[in-house]
Design a protein around this ligand. Sequence first.
Ligand code: GDP
Ligand code: ZN
Length: 301
Amino acid sequence: MGKKKELKRAIVIDREAQLIQVYTLDEEKTYRGIPRGKVLKKTKIYAGDYVRGEVVDPNTFAIEEVEERKNLLIRPRVANVDRVIIVQTLKMPEFNNYLLDNLLVVYEYFGVEPVIVFNKIDLLNEEEKKELDYWVDIYTKAGYDVLKVSAKTGEGIQELINYLEGFICILAGPSGVGKSSILSRLTGIELRTQEVSEKTERGRHTTTGVRLIPFGKNSFIGDTPGFSKVEATMFVEPREIRKYFREFLSYTCKYPDCTHTNEPGCAVKEAVKKGEISCERYKSYLKMLKVYLEEIKELCG
Ligand code: GDP
Ligand code: ZN
């Protein structure tokens, strides 16, 4: 057996043209990464990629291997994303559950686990807190993790940091919900604004790479946000949308290709009727399919 070199593990935190920056996980230091050996110049390397290699001088890390990636987001382009933090607010701006459901479908489609973070809880009175809990309950029952925070007062921020330990994450959600404020709470750094991109559909991030910022215990967060709002049907065929409502997946309908609309023996509709699946979520589903159901009043009251 040949003697194998001890390779260090690092994460690519920045990739811009020929410049690769890596961050070693043991000593927590940043180096310039240089592909070498099996890793050819043309090997695709993205922010979020885990690499193995060795430190060759105080500034340089020779990349010998790129680990297989579990997913790759396109906007921003980050690999191995463990959580997309979908930031929402009940107020300022007003909560829109249909927009959230569209974001959830799209991230489910990309294979990235969402966590829903309701920000600005400092703004809520007692009645509004109850209203927020109504939604928290719906998304928790649907199978999502939901956290409540205030980037302003810091409430819930430590819980968020603990929750994200060891994860690569990115922020998403509408403008004005506090993505930038949350990022600076977590890392002390400002978010790169998307202002331009929302108007022109062309973001800085298409020309400038995303940078992953270390925070907490081995956690990393992208300095460029993901989708602010998106329509599920931009990525997913209407007939496929049902696969990305995760709470539907534990039900077996009479027909395996049931669209959960007009078919007899639909277990999903039965679950809506029994209150096991939220009417709000089911209504969003029908809206995405552009289907109007006569029985919706009877089902949901
Ligand atoms: P982004 O567009 O999602 O990045 O949102 P920003 O971080 O820029 O925040 C939008 C506005 O909401 C700013 O005026 C922030 O100061 C404010 N804001 C952010 N987080 C909170 C919060 O937790 N509570 C309150 N009251 N305001 C907040
Ligand atoms: Zn069905």
